[in-house]
Ligand binder design. Structure first.
Ligand SMILES: [Zn+2]
Length: 150
């Protein structure tokens, strides 16, 4: 289902975007799949700007799940944890769908990051290395899980 994206302008009590998200039980597969489907539907509906990543908290679920664009599809990461990251960093200019209309914000990101996460298709934890733009996007989404916006 396409959800509306929560932004810094959304009025709603204690703001979900600034809260640390909780792990979701990996046995709750149906719930996890529903969240991922909503993330993909919502991200696919974003045309201007196009979405390259979306965290569950941005559509109202305060759990540690996000998707990133992966070729012509999406990759879903559930309960991701950092395994390692390169010391080398790169500057980047990022925008966020939860900060509509804001100019790009300068960030510094690790060039390479290795994450361990639960994969809903294989139904197991997997480890994956991210580099170039993918590394930037996963670090941006990992920040969302901590309640941090660029
Ligand atoms: Zn964002």
């Amino acid at each position: 289902m396409i959800k509306s994206i929560i932004t810094v302008e959304t009025k709603k009590g204690t703001h979900i975007l600034s809260k640390k998200c909780k792990e979701i039980q990996e046995t709750k597969l149906d719930k996890i799949k529903e969240i991922i489907k909503d993330l993909m539907d919502t991200a696919n509906s974003c045309k201007n700007p196009r979405a390259i990543g979306l965290a569950a908290s941005q559509i109202g679920y305060p759990v540690r799940v996000f998707i990133i664009r992966w070729g012509s599809d999406w990759l879903a990461l559930v309960n991701p944890k950092v395994v390692s990251r390169s010391e080398a960093t790169r500057p980047y200019v990022e925008t966020c769908l939860s900060r509509p209309g804001m100019a790009g914000i300068k960030t510094k990101r690790h060039k390479i990051i290795v994450l361990e996460y639960f994969d809903v298709i294989r139904k197991q934890m997997i480890t994956r290395k991210f580099s170039s733009l993918d590394a930037v996007v996963v670090q941006h989404e990992m920040d969302h899980l901590e309640g941090v916006l660029v």
